[in-house]
Design a protein around this ligand. Structure first.
Ligand SMILES: *[C@@H]1O[C@H](CO)[C@@H](O)[C@H](O)[C@H]1NC(C)=O
Ligand SMILES: *[C@@H]1O[C@H](CO)[C@@H](O)[C@H](O)[C@H]1NC(C)=O
Length: 321
């Protein structure tokens, strides 16, 4: 099932110049903290017919609330801009969230724009200019395509099921989990705290056999798919601040469709809260900023109004663009 060009229904819910003008980015970031982080969120392409009347692209409000709950603000990033416009946005934002969806991971506009930011982020981090990226579900799958340089995803269906994680030995010392309280770490392995809604993923075997992936990411957890294949469910960059979950931390607090197995227990809520705060703290390490408060204000999600969507999707509210 891998290979180029196949249309990846990955994750279904419904039916150049990053140049810091400052010469020394390494020094720039050391010790300094930005307590007003802005996380960019790429809009997602609408594929579901019921959503088409509202716009071409969207961001479910659950991801926005998730980022906001961690202490960051959201800038929606459209998929129709030029490369130099994305470069300009990159030097203003402090992190990037790649959300779930169901689009081609190589040929879509979503993939094209993600690749631009991924390339800028690698260069920036190499130069000591900290820039975190988080991929959720298809966002994580896309990160694996970008790092591997090819699409290695296969059928690892886990559709509408909440699962505990099989943590690897690396989880205990990971950046994502190392500050979790012991009782939450235990609950993570015993209680179904992670919501899965995907058809494709990266098998443990593929991960271990691919030099690019294995050297770039630590696998922090695995799970077993409906077809009994073991897939990688949580990843963290060894050197780069890039993170991925095949599961959806945002649904635990911000999606409530009764037909969906969204985990809402106290531990599920705590897991979602701590990861949102973790990623905001990652964003605090980035000193990128807007050229003016006015430009910042006009770029943020607060300029848009979400649409009530609980009666035609499994989201409560959606921003359309
Ligand atoms: C993936 O595997 C599941 C479980 O074996 C199967 O039901 C499903 O049809 C497969 N999906 C694809 C796209 O091959
Ligand atoms: C969903 O509810 C809104 C009002 O709350 C209504 O305007 C809209 O027609 C409904 N959509 C569907 C598909 O039922």
């Amino acid at each position: 099932m891998s290979g180029t060009g196949f249309s990846v229904y990955a994750c279904l819910f419904f039916a150049g110049c990053f140049c810091c003008s400052n010469a020394m980015p390494t020094k720039l970031n050391q010790g300094a903290v930005n307590n007003r982080p802005v996380i960019g969120v790429l809009t997602q392409i609408v594929v579901d017919d019921v959503m088409k009347p509202f716009g071409r692209t969207y961001i479910p409000a659950s991801y926005v609330k998730y980022i906001e709950s961690g202490g960051s603000r959201v800038m929606p990033i459209r998929l129709t801009l030029t490369t130099s416009e994305y470069e300009n946005i990159f030097r203003q934002i402090n992190g990037l969230l790649l959300i779930g969806g169901a689009v081609d991971l190589e040929a879509s506009d979503f993939a094209r724009v993600a690749k631009i930011f991924y390339t800028l982020a690698r260069k920036a981090n190499d130069a000591g200019d900290y820039f975190p990226i988080w991929g959720t579900c298809m966002g994580m799958q896309l990160l694996t395509v970008l790092v591997a340089g090819e699409n290695l995803l296969t059928n690892t269906t886990a559709e509408n099921i909440a699962l505990p994680l099989n943590l690897t030995p690396e989880a205990a010392t990971s950046k994502m989990f190392k500050d979790f309280p012991n009782d939450l770490m235990k609950a993570l392995t015993q209680e179904p705290l992670t919501g899965n809604f995907h058809h494709y993923g990266l098998t443990v075997k593929t991960f271990q056999e691919n030099q690019n992936l294995e050297s770039f990411f630590s696998a922090l957890s695995t799970n077993i798919a409906e077809n009994r294949v073991h897939f990688v469910s949580t990843i963290e960059g060894r050197r780069y601040p890039f993170y991925g979950t095949q599961w959806h931390p945002e649904v635990n607090r911000f999606q409530w469709d009764r037909k969906m197995n969204f985990p809402h227990s106290p531990h599920a809520v705590q897991l979602s809260s701590l990861l949102a705060e973790f990623f905001s703290n990652e964003g605090r390490n980035s000193l990128h900023q807007f050229d003016s408060p006015e430009e910042e204000a006009s770029s943020l999600i607060y300029n848009y109004t979400p649409v009530y969507a609980a009666n035609f999707t499994s989201y409560e509210q959606i921003y359309f663009f």
